[in-house]
Design a binder for this molecule. Structure first.
Ligand code: TMP
Length: 204
């Protein structure tokens, strides 16, 4: 049985939500016990995050809202990991490092380091982070038709977010997959990456 904590990351329009659902189905059909969750969460702190974004709070406030939501979410993630399950999470800490790391440019000297320091000591580190890499232009094109446009969907910002993801993905915790392919192909690739990486870590 596969067990461990796997996060999906990428810019808006990278296909994370579709791919993580397909990965959930594929792994469940192979008999694994899998729990899929996402951030911002569906809890009241997640609602506060969405409200903060709608009301255009400043980037510092926004950052702490995402961190607060995560600090509660970690308790839920841990309880599933303790049952020996595989937890998949659609966006997690690297979203804050990449997005708020871009939004805080000009506000703080080293935003990513600031956010990483603010997470140190309580953050649960993923066993594997899958970055679905697409160009900001393709990401923007894919989200064009979506009904609820939220403020982060802006090409200039997405370019900075994409650059932050590339920097974060230098860590060995990451696997970078080409998200420009079809969701079926990407999800097959993600499943084999999860099987390979978690097996290597002795998590099966
Ligand atoms: P979603 O479209 O994947 O549900 O994410 C909602 C938006 O929230 C998306 O534009 C990315 C952004 N976001 C952050 O800026 N920081 C975070 O920590 C998270 C989890 C999401």
């Amino acid at each position: 049985m596969l067990a461990g904590f796997v996060t999906f990351e990428g810019i808006d329009g990278s296909g994370k939500t579709t791919v993580s659902h397909l990965v959930l189905e594929k792994l469940r059909s192979r008999g694994h016990s899998v729990f899929l969750t996402s951030e911002p969460t569906s809890g009241w702190l997640g609602d506060l995050v969405r409200r903060g974004i709608q009301e255009d709070v400043n980037a510092i406030t926004e950052s702490f809202l995402f961190l607060a939501d995560r600090s509660v979410h970690i308790g839920q993630i841990r309880s599933h990991l303790e049952k020996g399950e595989l937890v998949l999470c659609d966006r997690y800490a690297d979203s804050t490092f990449a997005y708020q790391g871009a939004r805080l440019v000009g506000v703080l000297p080293d935003p990513i380091r600031f956010l990483q320091n603010a997470s140190r000591g309580w953050l649960l580190s993923p066993d594997l982070t899958i970055l679905l890499r697409v160009s900001p232009e393709l990401g923007m094109n894919r989200i064009k038709g979506r009904p609820m446009k939220i403020r982060f969907e802006d090409l200039g910002l997405l370019r900075r977010v994409a650059a932050n993801y590339d920097r974060l993905a230098r860590s060995r915790r990451f696997a970078v997959l080409d998200g420009a392919r079809s969701a079926q192909v990407v999800s097959e690739d993600a499943v084999s990456t999860i099987e390979r990486r978690l097996a290597r870590r002795g998590r099966t």
